[in-house]
Write a protein that binds this ligand. Structure first.
Ligand code: SAM
Length: 350
């Protein structure tokens, strides 16, 4: 069967055998990639039209107790200047975002012991109370089921936690021994069963990734059926164990993004900052390959630069207003309008 036939089969069945996906990922050509992108683009246009939802990201803290080998925020990176925004500062970012028309706030935090469950819970309550017309998405990493339940009860709607890689051996090559894929999956299952619109996803091009391992990521997503998927290229951080590793390919990331859109037609697929960092037109290319959400950054510029997951993380504009305006113009140029409602909750239980 040709790769085009495999892509058609994926579109028809929503899944392929592991070996077929592996072959597709190992042998695809530029023409196959274009074919998948055009299919994914048509699916996304059919579902979401020309509206792109803008979710405003607030990077709350870069203090991390984890030591993921690929991440510039890892605990052992002593060169990084650490920061934590106060609750008042986060609320001020939300106010500014709201004034600019943002109706989803993505509260993102490294795994900071001083940003514990009580502080997080209080923050969510206050965002919920202050911005009742807005959705709250969290990305606070691995926490207990009880903590996730508290966040949900406080009014959070969505939770983003990439599985990173669905292959346990690969997971062990990317993380210290105390971090396990089993716990990551436990978190994802807890989040979904609590009722969060749950997001997962993976990095493309991490060290030791193979077509088979990437095929397993896609099969994991097909099975878990997340409401939201984030896919981005691995980009090296000069302060980490993988400083010398090559960056993940932009083209492969876009191909994988298109395959995810084909597998999960209803999922929200945000354009990640990593793809925008990896290519000056990364945002536009991701939208043309099936993404339907953009994520302007609302973090104060001084702290934004310190949320240094990888080298050269780009942000648009000098401040939130400036960044949003640039994004609006760039998306307008490819025929999209930034929508300012909170986005439909397509699947409350997913
Ligand atoms: N610790 C939390 C977690 O595990 O979800 C939240 C913060 S973590 C820094 C957020 C995401 O950054 C991770 O899911 C990871 O995929 C991404 N990331 C970390 N290092 C990266 C790198 N070098 N290149 C691209 N993305 C990276």
């Amino acid at each position: 069967m040709s790769n085009i036939e495999l892509i058609d089969r994926l579109a028809a069945d929503g899944v392929l055998a592991e070996e077929d996906l592996e072959v597709l990922l190992a042998t695809y050509t530029a023409a196959d990639r274009d074919y998948a992108a055009s299919l994914a683009y048509r699916i996304a246009r059919g579902r979401f039209g020309t509206n792109l939802h803008a979710w405003g990201v607030i990077d709350i803290t870069n203090n991390c107790s984890k030591d993921c080998f690929y991440c510039g925020l890892c605990r052992s990176n002593e060169a990084l200047e650490r920061y934590r925004l106060s609750t008042e500062e986060v609320l001020a970012c939300c106010s500014e975002g709201h004034r600019l028309g943002i109706r989803t706030f993505v509260l993102q935090a490294a795994e900071d012991p001083d940003f514990g469950d009580d502080v997080a819970d209080d923050l969510i309550w206050r965002v919920r109370k202050g911005f009742p017309d807005s959705a709250i998405a969290l990305s606070f990493g691995e926490r207990s089921r009880a903590a996730y339940q508290r966040y949900f009860d406080a009014g959070a709607d969505r939770y983003l936690l990439r599985h990173e890689t669905a292959d346990a051996d690969h997971y062990a090559q990317l993380h210290p021994r105390r971090s396990t894929l089993a716990n990551r999956i436990r978190c994802l299952e807890d989040l979904k069963s609590i009722g969060f619109e749950t997001g997962s996803g993976m990095l493309v091009g991490t060290p030791f990734q193979t077509p088979l391992r990437l095929a397993r990521d896609l099969l994991f997503l097909a099975d878990f059926d997340p409401a939201l998927v984030t896919v981005g290229p691995f980009l090296p951080a000069s302060t980490t164990k993988f400083a010398e590793a090559p960056a993940g390919s932009v083209e492969k990331t876009l191909f994988v993004l298109s395959l995810v859109r084909i597998i999960l037609p209803n999922a929200d697929l945000p354009v990640m900052t990593s793809i925008a960092t990896a290519h000056p037109r990364g945002r536009e290319m991701a939208v043309m390959a099936g993404a339907n959400i953009v994520m302007p950054n609302l973090t104060p510029p001084a702290e934004r630069a310190k949320y240094a997951l990888y080298d050269g993380r780009v942000t648009l504009g000098a401040d939130a207003a400036d960044g949003l305006e640039i994004l609006r113009r760039r998306m307008d140029a490819i025929g999209y309008t930034l929508a300012s409602d909170r986005g439909e909750h397509r699947r409350r239980s997913g």
